[in-house]
Design a binder for this molecule. Structure first.
Ligand code: AKB
Length: 306
């Protein structure tokens, strides 16, 4: 059985769908802290901090693989640093320990571009470089990366990870990140024809269409173990753009669309992150290749939301 923790989130909801289509709907157990509607396979309500219940589920369902997608994202964790740290770290240890004790065989855990900071080279950010995150979320992801590598090297745990850029999809809303504007903008363009952006014009960030992100996740999990040379987390580049660029692309479809700017606390977070990412290690090790550029993504988003 494959277990997805945080199945109701932005990545989780799409990943469960893809995994069920691939492996059969009864082979993927979805869990979330709240009841989820429209489940077409096994589901359990689970607070991932409840270690005992998580252990019980792993045993009861004979879980072999875990996708651990539970986290407080960058903007939300800044509002509740203590809980952000607790949730992001304790749940990771529970899952890594399950793998260390051979109760499960394989783990996917997402990291993020949030591991980088103001002293990281912003353009084409290398795989190995300065990591000085300024957010609780970024600190938890960086610490998590170090622990993943530690468990892989010292205990032989097969843990695999990607540093997700901002993720854009039409099936679900993002939950409290700095890159959320890039999803909101499509919804507001269709609803009102205007969007007030919480990031400033000219703020470049790496983003990725959900189709690509889910495919990357499954490809990394399916590649043979010897291909996974990086056990902290792989850089994934995606598409780099600033708010005015995605607005221009939307205008090609909705000519009357207008964007305005009212930057808030998230601007500072965005400025500490890379503008673009070098993901050549992912290409070399497991053949990663991007499919969606901004034009293709925008067309698909507007078609599906419209
Ligand atoms: C966030 O903005 O916090 C996330 C991320 C880049 O990890 N989308």
């Amino acid at each position: 059985m494959i277990l997805v923790l945080g199945a109701g989130g932005q990545v989780g909801s799409e990943l469960v769908e893809k995994l069920r289509a691939k492996h059969g709907r009864n082979k993927v157990l979805a869990t979330d802290v709240r009841e989820l509607e429209n489940q077409n396979g096994p589901f359990e309500v689970l607070n991932a901090l409840d270690k005992e219940k998580l252990h019980d589920i792993v045993e009861r369902y004979k879980v072999e693989e875990v996708y651990h997608l539970v986290a407080l994202l960058s903007a939300t964790a800044e509002k509740n640093p203590e809980f952000g740290w607790k949730l992001n770290m304790e749940t990771l240890f529970t899952v890594l320990d399950l793998a260390k004790d051979k109760k499960i065989k394989k783990v996917f855990w997402p990291s993020s571009i949030a591991v980088f900071g103001p002293n990281t080279p912003r353009q084409n950010t290398p795989q190995q470089t300065i990591t000085d995150p300024t957010t609780v979320y970024g600190i938890s992801k960086l610490a998590g990366e170090r622990w993943c590598e530690y468990y892989a090297k010292n205990y032989g745990v097969d843990v695999r990870s990607i540093r997700y850029p901002g993720l854009i999809g039409y099936k679900s809303l993002p939950g409290g990140g700095t890159t959320d504007y890039a999803v909101d903008i499509y919804h507001k363009a269709l609803e009102n024809g205007t969007y007030e952006c919480f990031l400033q014009k000219g703020t470049y960030l790496p983003m990725m269409y959900m189709e690509d992100a889910i495919r990357a996740t499954i490809e990394l999990m399916e590649t043979s173990e010897e291909n996974v040379k990086i056990r902290s987390s792989y850089n994934l580049g995606g598409i780099s753009f600033a708010p005015e660029e995605v607005a221009r692309e939307i205008k090609n479809h909705i000519p009357q669309f207008e964007i305005s700017y009212a930057p808030d606390f998230r601007q500072k977070i965005a400025e500490s992150w890379p503008a673009s990412i070098d993901d050549s290690a992912a290409f070399e090790d497991w053949g990663w290749k991007l499919e969606y550029d901004m034009a293709k993504m925008t067309e698909d988003m507007l078609k599906n939301l419209g």
